[in-house]
Ligand binder design. Sequence first.
Ligand code: TYD
Ligand code: MG
Length: 456
Amino acid sequence: MSKIRTAFFCSNCGYESPKWTGRCPSCGEWNTLAEELIEKPSKNNKSWNADDDTARKVKTVLLNEIAAGEEKRMVTPDPELNRVLGGGIVNGSLVLVAGEPGIGKSTLFLQNGLLLNETVTLYISGEESEQQVKMRADRLKMKNDRFFLLTETSTQTIFQEIKKLKPGLVIVDSIQTLHSSYIESSAGSVSQIRECASEFQRFAKETGTPVFLIGHITKEGSIAGPKILEHMVDTVLQFEGDQHYAYRILRTLKNRFGSTSELGIYEMTGAGMKPVSNPSEILITQKEEQLSGIAIAATLEGQRPLLIEVQALVTQSVYGTPQRTSSGFDNRRLQLLLAVLEKRGGFHFGMKDVFVNIAGGIKVEDPSIDLAMVSALLSSYEDGALPHQLVFAGEVGLSGEIRAVNRVEQRIAEAEKLGFEKMIISKYNQKGLGKQHFNIELITMGRVDELYKYLF
Ligand code: TYD
Ligand code: MG
């Protein structure tokens, strides 16, 4: 028996320290060190292939001599999942799927496991009983005779089962519930999460089996696990969305096998997640009459153009400090745009409450939404509706200039496709477009005051 030992772990970055300090020396966060019971893993106490490990030969190779091979991908029936993974599931990859509780992670991956009827899938559930998973599968109305379920939390037992079953895909729901008996601390603690994930990492790399690890995060992203795991896994997918809306977004935060900032969009229905292939049509509410404070932005999320409705409400402030509330849009960015309008356009937002919202409950990071946001703010400020069938794409700079956006052709094509008639873009985008002809009228502008003159 080796001696039981404790150490302090930072719940933010996973830093290990022999003594407690108020501030983590590694990431600088305050009050994140917590004591955990550990036992230093001795040489051969790993659950995955303990004996093979020492036998494996290590040698240095010349990079040029390594045979180039396309990484093998398993293309799933779910187009959105393929997209965020960069074209399918790569063999031997370790993928972390992080999201708030209740967002639909279990549903999505149960569903995808059931859809893959060519592959033996093992779904490890540490959270739900067999009956619960069965009930959910019934709700999804899917059947698959190569889908196996294991309700177990000990990694030793899990790997025994895996050796017997030899699955082609492993889904772990969730990594926080697992525990390895070589570490003494309780499930969900930093050292456990790290140990369990590294066991799965070794399993994935040695057998070429893809593994999905599901992990919970809280609103602030503060629960330890996923943050630490981000370094260990090949791909990090974040599942997000507003629980009060049906739309869910699967975003790539890190991907060793493809581009990041890819986006998959799903709709939560009574029978599981439905991939949304034409998001722009859904995100724009089709109204007969034009209302003030609404503008359409042509944004780009990853490779994918997305037309989004931006809503703003500007009202007289009743309190001394005016309110600035935003949902789906960065509040500091909103303050910045208001300051630009105040300084460069002479609009007095200082006396007004401002509320902004991105329709559909989605979050937008593309700065090209600025122009639509400014237009929506001006429209509500003036209480006048914007012209019909108009769409915006442009970033707004601190001096009130409208800056060029990347891949403007793609945005124009999307707006064209949805039947918009006019599009306002930066005049600096004009050059790149050359003499191309579009079926949409392009209006180019250099400054926000020109925008105001054009709109009102
Ligand atoms: P779940 O996948 O359990 O979330 P997570 O694993 O991320 O914690 O999803 C829970 C929610 O999904 C729950 O509120 C019910 C809802 N749901 C549907 O709307 N439709 C469905 O077909 C299913 C199975 C769940
Ligand atoms: Mg779950």
